[in-house]
Design a protein around this ligand. Structure first.
Ligand SMILES: *Cc1c(COP(=O)(O)O)cnc(C)c1O
Length: 364
């Protein structure tokens, strides 16, 4: 059996440090915004080269808080990708704004800057690109568009922790970046967790207040905020994993390249645009025989998954808004994409086993 992710393998590799840290934190009993949360925020800020890193309860909250901190809200249009997890668009709706979906590039599956520019209206206030599957979106072109049209640029980094563009880490390029520490993400904890990173003092201050009941000073409440804090115990786990993130992402790239070498002649393998470093949160191929491949993998006890089967503009929740919207690239991707097991601990023999099944189905 080969699973999509092997959280147990990684826990056992880091068990000693994680267990010791957890026991210490239990003795310490400073469970809310305690010393590990503070240390983790500083360590992420240092690693990503950002001025501020403010943790919160989930990646969805990180998006929500970042958008609100940026002053976005009712009546605003925010241009984003339809080929992503629902949370990207949910956060836009939480603040009363409208997600405007534009199509993605067929190679990278990331938002197409040309389509972004074409969708700008007088109500457009921001662009929210997703660094999908771990490959940075084209932030250079998007940044240029944002500047020319005076739009805010906020990054969904939920799948791209540790990815960079020419040495600039995702999450530190736009006005703010939203990260997720959901267990299966590149940097995952053992529950929910999230973070906003930013170079802006104003955004950082606003997120800090929003995540803690609108309070700067205890029992003084300036605005209506939220209870959205990273758990101290999760911070312990994240600090241990953060020390290994560069090597863990390198191992993901090793697995991806091993897949691509063996599969290039039978499916469309992921395209690296060479602009940024792909950290392969997912390894997602395209094939007209997607369903047959998935079935054969299942028979061979190998997990696979379809990210994403229905683009957001085709979801029931956006049906009314998107009735006449056709985004052919996203629709094609949804019909042909398949994600294979990928995690740093995946061995050559297992990669070989997965590829043998796919080669058999596609080449006969
Ligand atoms: C996982 C994910 C989120 C949400 O993160 P949570 O921590 O699960 O709330 C947002 N956007 C994308 C692209 C994701 O993959």
């Amino acid at each position: 059996m080969i699973p999509m992710v092997d959280l147990k393998g990684q826990y056992h590799a880091l068990k000693e440090d994680i267990d010791r840290g957890l026991l210490e934190a239990l003795e310490e009993t400073r469970f809310i915004l305690g010393p590990n949360v503070q240390a983790f925020e500083q360590e992420v800020a240092d690693l990503l080269g950002v001025k501020h890193a403010i943790s919160c309860a989930s990646g969805t909250d990180a998006l929500h808080l970042a958008l609100r901190a940026a002053g976005l809200g009712e009546g605003d249009e925010i241009i984003t990708s339809p080929f992503t997890f629902i949370a990207t668009a949910e956060a836009i709706r939480y603040i009363g704004a409208t997600p405007v979906f534009v199509d993605v590039e067929p190679g990278t599956y990331n938002i197409d800057p040309e389509q972004v520019e074409a969708a700008i209206t007088p109500r457009t206030r921001a662009i929210l690109p997703v660094h999908l599957f771990g490959q940075p979106a084209d932030m250079l072109t998007l940044g240029d568009i944002a500047r020319r049209h005076a739009l805010l640029l906020i990054e969904d980094c939920a799948q791209s922790f540790g990815a960079d563009i020419a040495g600039n880490m995702t999450g530190g390029i736009g006005l703010a970046g939203a990260h997720s520490f959901f267990p299966s993400k590149n940097l995952g904890c053992y529950g929910d967790g999230g973070m906003v990173t930013t170079q802006s003092d104003t955004i950082a201050e606003a997120v800090q207040v929003l995540r803690n009941h609108g309070s700067r000073e205890r029992y003084h409440h300036d605005i209506i905020g939220y209870n959205s804090r990273l758990d101290e115990l999760q911070a312990v786990i994240l600090r241990v994993k953060l020390r290994h993130i560069t090597e863990l992402n390198r191992e993901r790239r090793r697995v991806a390249h091993a897949y691509s070498e063996r599969l290039a002649d039978c499916v469309t393998t992921p395209f690296e645009d060479g602009i940024g470093t792909h950290v392969y949160h997912q390894y997602t191929l395209l094939s007209n025989h997607r369903d047959a491949i998935q079935q054969a993998l299942g028979t061979a006890q190998i997990a696979s998954a379809i990210y994403y089967p229905i683009p957001l503009h085709r979801q029931k929740v956006f049906a009314e808004q998107c009735r006449d919207l056709s985004l052919p690239v996203s629709e094609q991707l949804a019909a042909r994409c398949l994600s294979l097991p990928i995690y740093p601990e995946l061995q050559e023999a297992q990669i070989e086993q997965v590829c043998a099944v796919i080669r058999e189905v596609t080449l006969g």
